[in-house]
Design a protein around this ligand. Structure first.
Ligand code: ATP
Ligand code: MG
Length: 259
């Protein structure tokens, strides 16, 4: 059954005179992997920022599982079930790999601070669960061996994977990935593609990703949305998008003479 997870309805984001995203409509169904692509400055990250509450859309709305999340604070939206990674990696650089994931898990703790201070059974039980979940996630991402390393000391590709592990620690229903393969070589991005597919299947997640590596996009996506200068110019399957004249135009800068 196609259960609708995310719906973006006519969302527009203006910054002064600049319309960064213009009348964006898109949807994602349960366990779909959908890509949002487009040239630099097209408005992709701004769309993520509207979905995650970093910005409130100037107009339009966003719903998660049929509930409006428009204008909610980022922490409320995270609680509602959306997790994200960032185009520029944002980790607690001075903390260990394990602590980065454990900190994210705190979003899901239900015990109150007095029970933490007094180390009541519920707190201890939740802490133990938190640790087990962190172990499961880090093992899944191939990072359990380096759990004691300081995050900033990891190679770039591993830091990107740690960001994903940290996002998963909040137990999202929808995972947003902003250029997860940025800076990766072809072998690393092929491995990442498999990992993202595995995450979707294993954690029953729905995924929206922004990506410039077209091999990754075409391989992994069920559907693709294409933004150009803030406006949606195409939507379709990888095959449809690859043959779409407007998309080819947008990426080749209007040059029709390609071989
Ligand atoms: N807070 C802001 N204030 C003013 N302009 C902004 C702001 N955020 C984004 N923009 C502008 O909005 C437009 C879209 O930016 P955005 O970062 O969403 O593009 P993008 O598609 O993610 O590009 P890239 O592929 O380079 O990451 C750009 O012109 C950018 O300069
Ligand atoms: Mg961006």
């Amino acid at each position: 059954m196609n259960k609708r997870v995310l719906e973006v309805n006519h969302a527009t984001m203006r910054f002064g005179g600049l319309v960064a995203v213009n009348d964006l409509c898109m949807h994602i169904d349960h366990q779909e992997i959908v890509a949002l692509i487009g040239p630099n400055g097209a408005g992709k990250t701004t769309a993520f920022n509207m979905i995650t509450g970093v910005y409130t859309p100037t107009s339009g709305s966003v719903t998660l599982n049929s509930r409006s999340i428009t204008g909610l604070r980022p922490d409320r939206i995270a609680h509602a079930g959306i997790a994200r990674t960032f185009q520029n990696i944002r980790l607690f650089k001075a903390l260990t790999v394990l602590d980065n994931v454990l900190i994210a898990r705190h979003l899901r703790l239900t015990s109150s601070w007095p029970s933490a201070v007094l180390r009541l059974p519920r707190y201890r039980r939740e802490n133990a669960q938190m640790y087990r979940r962190a172990e499961e996630l880090l093992t899944y991402m191939g990072l359990w061996e380096v759990r004691g390393e300081i995050a900033s000391s990891l190679p770039y590709g591993m830091q990107r994977k740690l960001e994903i592990a940290r996002a998963l620690a909040t137990q999202p229903t929808l995972l947003l990935l902003d250029e997860p393969a940025a800076g990766m070589n072809p072998a690393e991005s092929a491995e990442l593609t498999e990992l993202i597919r595995g995450i979707r299947d294993c954690f029953h997640l729905t995924v929206l990703l922004i990506e410039h590596h077209m091999d990754v996009v075409m391989d992994i996506s069920d559907r693709i949305y294409v933004l150009n200068y803030g406006s949606l110019i195409a939507e379709g399957t990888p095959d449809e998008i690859q043959q779409n004249e407007d998309v080819i135009h947008a990426y080749l800068g209007g040059d029709d003479d390609e071989a």
